[in-house]
Design a protein around this ligand. Sequence first.
Ligand code: NDP
Length: 491
Amino acid sequence: MPPLPLLPISVAGQWRPGGGDEYESLYPATGEPIARLNAAGVADVDEAIAGADHAFRTSGWAQMLPHARAAVLHRVAGLVRERAEDLAQRQRLDNGKPISETRALVASAAGTFQFFAAALETLEDTITPSRGAYVTMSVHEPMGVVAAITPWNSPIASEAQKMAPALAAGNAVVVKPAEVTPLMALELARICEEAGVPKGIISVLPGKGSVIGDAITKHPLVKRVSFTGGTATGRHIAHIAADKMMPVSLELGGKSATMVLEDADLDHAVNGVLYGIFSSSGESCIAGSRLFVARTIYDAFVERLTQAARRLRVGDPSDEKTQMGPLITARHRESIERYVALGLSEGGTLRTGGVRPQGTGFDKGYFYMPTILEGLTNQARVAQEEIFGPVLVAMPFDTEEELIAQANDSVYALAAGVWSRDFKRAWRVGRAVQAGTVWVNTYKQFSVSTPFGGWRDSGLGREKGREGIFQYMEQKSMYWGTGEQPIPWAD
Ligand code: NDP
C-alpha cells in the first residue's frame, strides 16, 4: 500500500505539516492507520497564538455585529449538516465509535453551532439600577485568544461545545485535540473557514498534551482555557491558571452512581442502566459505572441486566446495528484489563464479561466485552476510581439513607441516575445526590440549552446553556454620567 498522504494541520491560517514528530492515527477496530500527520511543535504553538492574537485585533471578527457573526455560525451548522455522513464516517475511523453514535455526535455539533448562533443574536447586556447621576450598564467584551483542549472520546461534539461559544463571543480559538483523534477538529476548522470565520481566528494543533497542551496553557496571550479530560490533567492546568490569574473551565472525570429503587419500572431501568454504562464502550465521563440496586430486587435485576449485557452487539463500528465498538487504543484496553483484575483481587466476582471477544473481526481491534463486577463495596478501588471502559460495579443497598451516603461517597460528582416510579422519592434522592447532572428515569440525555459540568474532582465551571457565551467574555461595568452638575467634590 502506498503511504497515506500527509495531513496538514492548521497554524495561524495556514494549512501545513506540523513541526513535531510524524505519527499515524489508527482505526481502533483494526489497528490500521487512517491518517498520517506531523504533530504540532512548540514553535507552531507560538505561531498559532501570535497569529490568533493578530487576527483577533485586525480581522474584524470581534467587532462584527452579533447578527452578522451569528450568520457565519449558522453557516457552520449548515455545512456540518451537509457533510454529516462524511464527518460521521471519518469520526468512526478516528475513534472507533459505532456509526450510529458518530452520526449523533455530528448532529449534536451542528446543533451546538446553531444554538450559540441563536444565543448570540439574542444575547442581552443589562442596564442596572443607578444610584446617582449616571446610567449603569453591565456589558461583555471578547477575551482575545482562548484555548480549547479536548479528549479523544467524543470528538467534534467536544470541540463544538467549546469552539461555538468561544467564536460566538468574538474570540480567536486555538484548539488542541487529543493526539489520537486529530481529524474532527481539523475538519471543523476547515468548515469554519469556509463559512466565513477569518483566517487565523482558528488554529488546530494536534500533538502531545504534555508538550503542546502545556505550551498553550502557559502562553501569556492565552486568556482562557476550556479543558475536557482527566482530573489529574485538569488539576495541573488549574495550577498554571492560578499563576496566570486566568479563568478556566474544567470538565473532568466521573464515577457516576445509578440507583434503582424497588419501585422502578424495571424494563426502563435495565435499558437505561445498560445504555448508561455500555454505550460509547463506557468511554464516557458520565458513564453510570456504579450501580446501586435495592437489595429486595438486586438478584433479579442484576440477572436481567446480565442477560441483556450478553445480548449487546459488540463489533464492527461501521455496522448500523453495532452497539459497542472497540476501545480507543491497545494501551487503554490493557488499563481496563488491569482494573478488572484488581476488582477480582479485591474480592469481586464477574457476572459477565471480563474478557476480550473472540472470533473473526476481533483479532486486531481493541475490543472488550461488557463487564459486570459484583461482590464489592463502594470502598473498592474499582468502585472509586474512574475506569473509563465497559465495566459496571453492581452493589445492593438497604435504605435510602445508606444509598445517598454511598452515592455521595466519591471524589467525583459529575452525574447520577435515579430509577423510581415514586416521584416524591425520586425527587428526594435526586436532590440529595451530589452531582452536576441528575437524570430521573432516563440517563445520558443531553441538551445544549442545559448547563453541564461537575462538582468536586469532576470539574469547575459549566459549558452549554445561553450563559455559555459569557464564559468566553470579560464582564465590564459602565457608568455613563448624566448629571448637569460637576461631581460634588470641589466646592
Ligand atoms: P487527558 O486528561 O489525558 O487528556 C485530555 C486532553 O488534554 C488531551 O488532548 C491531552 O492530550 C491533553 N493534555 C494532556 N496533558 C496535558 C497537559 N499537561 N496540559 C494540557 N493538555 C494536556 O484525558 P484522556 O484523554 O485520558 O480523556 C479521558 C478523560 O476525560 C476521562 O477522565 C474522562 O472522564 C474525561 N472526560 C470528561 C468529560 C466531561 O465533560 N466532564 C467528557 C469526556 C471526557 P493528549 O492526550 O493528546 O496527549
